[in-house]
Design a protein around this ligand. Structure first.
Ligand SMILES: Cc1cc2nc3c(=O)[nH]c(=O)nc-3n(C[C@H](O)[C@H](O)[C@H](O)COP(=O)(O)OP(=O)(O)OC[C@H]3O[C@@H](n4cnc5c(N)ncnc54)[C@H](O)[C@@H]3O)c2cc1C
Ligand code: FES
Length: 507
């Protein structure tokens, strides 16, 4: 058996847990608050609301914590790259402190709750290291900024890091953590049903009427509630133009078994190519998780080659015995790099949102849960201002213009290409291509059994042309990050509808 035949194309978090655990909705259900989406943000919010005496209905399209939360690297830290120096400069010290406090409190909440949940939480230091000495100044600035905000930051020399290669030193945050994200979220989810609260898995929200009460239609029935929290990663009911205010960051991970002890600590570098490193013990057996190769969804070339580059890095730096798992997922980043947590839209409806965690949704999702609890139960939360979806700042405005010009360029170029492309190529298993037909651009792919799937190649969100992802065998939209299976089912992103099937084709 070759090395790659042993590699599992899934995340170890999903491979080591089960589900579904909760029944789908049948008919009608009424609760004080409906939470749509059962990732870490949705379940953290539902837990807080239930603890405050509210009844909650959680509606989940698939399984609890099986989407992005089931594919993360699960560092639990208030250290979010070189964040705080930048935040003080762009949003001011008061709001930067709100961000720091919210995330540091979320870390401590996860540590405390993990004790009762078998979530494999372990204290670790978090490091952002400089690739070489030329980045040391940035590192020192970050240490000073984080300290000013009360965070446990200090400068660490290269010799203090447990890495097999040289660095230019690092910002160290002490007493941070890592855990098994799915065990944590499933553990919390088990505490929700009862006393008027319920979780419905395999139940997809399809429509939202913000009346009094709010009414959520699903493919299984209807839920009514006074308030609704949209925690579907990208907000499926986009009443705030979120598609134009965030960009996608797709990222890849390999989990490798190494000879000897894995490195202690959780790592992230300042430069390119970006690499994230931590270890986790699955049933006592350590794997080193190496992440990186970030790019915008649907853009920037072959996914298979990205995995190859991560694996080469792993083999150069560690004595790799086996590549046990590899997987990918994506997160959304607001242009000012602060999540959107608060009212969903500009109108004063009882609709709330938690999105845009920018690769830091473990503490971000839990912090969102606390803030939404405060907004819904008390009408305020001391850390809510910096996360307000209604904020406008110069940085967002500038990036919004540039990004949407790029989206426009993809739209035009891809349509032009698809109309020019002539015939269907000869496809091998795992390949896909967009071809011109009288019905417009059609995405044609061949699966491992040799069968051909044909779907419309026009993204239902805003009509960009999707592109084939050769690593995960999906159709990915370069404009705002929607993703679809080869059969056209929505996997992620602003799109709510599937890609329509096109006529069956010959093998
Ligand atoms: C490669 C990678 C590594 C990362 N590593 C870290 C890390 O080390 N530390 C960290 O803090 N963060 C990390 N992150 C970020 C973090 O994983 C995410 O921010 C977080 O998991 C997002 O949680 P969520 O609850 O918003 O989304 P999700 O977990 O995706 O949950 C949303 C849920 O909504 C459901 N849903 C969607 N549409 C509907 C619908 N119509 N009806 C009903 N349900 C619906 C989905 O099925 C899903 O279960 C990483 C991200 C990536 C991409
Ligand atoms: S995600 Fe917006 S057009 Fe596809």
């Amino acid at each position: 058996m070759s090395e790659h035949e042993r590699t599992r194309d899934e995340s170890p978090w999903l491979a080591t847990t089960d589900g579904p655990r909760f029944s789908p909705l049948e008919g009608e259900y009424d609760a004080d608050v409906a939470v749509i989406g059962a990732g870490i943000a949705g379940i953290a919010t539902a837990t807080h609301l239930k603890e405050r005496g509210r009844t909650v209905a959680v509606i989940e399209r698939d399984r609890v914590a099986a989407a992005v939360t089931g594919h993360t690297t699960a560092k639990v830290t208030s250290q979010h790259g070189l964040k705080y120096d930048h935040l003080i400069e762009t949003v001011g010290e008061e709001r930067a402190r709100q961000y720091a406090d919210a995330n540091q409190a979320a870390l401590e909440e996860i540590a405390e709750r993990s004790e009762g949940l078998d979530a494999e939480f372990e204290r670790q230091s978090a490091y952002v290291y400089a690739d070489d000495a030329s980045d040391r100044e940035q590192i020192h600035d970050e240490v000073q900024a984080a300290k000013r905000l009360g965070l446990p930051a200090e400068f660490a020399e290269d010799g203090d890091l447990d890495l097999p290669f040289e660095t230019g030193g690092a910002v160290r945050f002490a007493d941070q953590g890592q855990f098994h994200p799915r065990k944590y979220v499933l553990g919390l989810a088990e505490t929700i049903p009862g006393e008027g609260s319920e979780i419905f898995e395999e139940t997809r929200a399809t429509d939202l009427d913000p009346g009094d009460p709010c009414r959520i239609r699903t493919d299984r029935g209807t839920v009514t509630a006074e308030s609704v929290v949209v925690a579907t990663h990208f907000p499926v009911f986009d009443r705030g133009g979120y598609f134009a205010r965030m960009k996608t960051k797709r990222s890849h991970v390999v989990a490798v078994r190494v000879a000897g002890d894995p490195p202690e600590g959780m790592y992230y570098n300042t430069g390119e190519p970006y690499r994230s490193i931590r270890h986790h013990r699955f049933d006592g057996e350590p794997l080193v998780l190496i992440g990186g190769e970030n790019h915008e969804t649907g853009q920037g070339g072959s996914t298979k080659e990205r995995y190859d580059r991560l694996e080469s890095f792993a083999r150069e730096q560690f004595d790799v015995e086996e590549v046990a798992y590899r997987w990918s997922t994506q997160d959304y980043s607001p242009f000012d790099s602060v999540p959107y947590v608060g009212r969903l839209g500009p109108v004063r409806e009882n609709l709330y949102v938690a999105t845009g965690f920018g690769g830091w949704g473990m503490t971000g999702g839990v912090a969102a849960g606390r803030i939404l609890e405060g907004l819904i139960c008390d009408g305020q939360h001391p850390n809510s201002e910096v996360f307000s979806p209604a904020r406008v700042n110069a940085e967002s405005a500038k990036s919004l213009v540039t990004h949407n010009a790029e989206v426009g360029a993809h739209f035009t170029a891809d349509w032009a290409k698809s109309l020019l492309s002539g015939t269907e190529a000869t496809l091998s298993p795992g390949e896909g291509t967009v071809v011109k037909t009288d019905d417009g651009p059609v995405g044609v792919s061949r699966n491992e059994s040799g069968e051909i799937n044909a779907v419309s190649a026009i993204c239902p969100h805003m009509k960009c042309v999707v592109r084939w992802n050769d690593g995960e065998e999906s159709w990915d939209c370069p404009c705002h990050g929607s993703r679809f299976t080869p059969e056209g089912r929505v996997l992620d992103g602003p799109a709510i509808e599937d890609l329509p099937r096109r006529g069956a084709r010959e093998k």
